[in-house]
Design a protein around this ligand. Sequence first.
Ligand code: PLP
Length: 396
Amino acid sequence: MPGFEIFGAEERKQVNDVLETGVLMRYGFDGMRNNHWKAKEFETTFAKRMDVDYCQLVSSGTAALTVALASAGIGAGDEVIMPTFTFVASFESILALGAVPILVDIDDTLTLDPKAVEAAITEKTKCVMPVHMCGSMADLKALKSICDKHNLILLEDACQALGGTYEGKPLGSYGDLGCFSFDYVKTITCGEGGAIITNNKKFALNADHYQDHGHDHVGNDRGAETHPFLGYNFRISELNAAVGLAQLDKLDGILKMQKQNYTILREALETIEGVTFRRVPKGGEENYSFLNFFLPTEELTKKAHKALSEAGLDACFYWFTNNWHYVNGWEHLRNLKSLGNISSEVKDQMQDLNNTNFSKSDAVIGRTISSLIKIGWTEKQVNDRAAKMKHILSSI
Ligand SMILES: *Cc1c(COP(=O)(O)O)cnc(C)c1O
């Protein structure tokens, strides 16, 4: 996910537009800003690219998830179903609103298992949050039909899958709401930033107000605006938005390079007995930011990961023992270690995560290795990497 690999003159030009006026804020100061509205321009361009009616830019992907949940009316005691394999931002955003994260198993798509989702639904469930990890998607059709049946919000975390599609629709645009991160290591970056997309006008307005202290954004005197409901500050700065605008122009080029490099690695690994690949749901196309593959057993996978690392092949991840992406590493969540008191709803309704059986997830993640796909690799570097990986995995 290589936006940072191609930071260049275009990004500097966009940022300089803002620096020249000194208007670092996305709202107001109309007379001073020399008609530069980087955040607004990003929102319009991104909504069009994602084929949706509305986009709200915010300060991070975690903020995007929080604002998306809030804009759909999710709050204290509401249960949100999320996967065991994701980034910590999933439960952080849920807990920030006093809502309750309910963790369920993943399957060989490396995302929510629809059967596990259905089994976890209670009368308090309000939302299902699939996370399109490592470039590919959840079985959105199955999840949508579950959500329709039980009247739940479908919120796609597409932070790691920008540019992927499902049934021809951009990932993030299939559910009621979709979220993206533009932090420094994502497919495109703002430095820090995030976005919410939706076709729901009410959610879009709620998001617009909520991320800016409840400002209704009516008229052009900020001080005189009213606040129909409580909000918070998750605004993006104009400088970050400017970086994102330049990166957005480069998105299609990034996706093309990723697919090219992914394909070379995949074709090399496909010939190895015992290596299989992450399942992509029918009708889906990855964004090719990672190549994700399985080995036959946990033991072999650990051995392979160790050998790949020792051979100097950087950016090969073994998530099973990773602190940030799998429930095994979330000791702070499992024991609800928080600086302050945790609300009683969360304490009462959360699973006892130290004693929940996630053996189905373990069986998948324990056998998964993901290779990041960089776009800066030369053709020779990709071919060398493919040959090295093939040699190491074959010998194991
Ligand atoms: C990066 C990421 C986030 C959070 O984004 P930040 O901008 O770093 O807050 C959320 N979910 C997933 C899946 C991510 O990869």
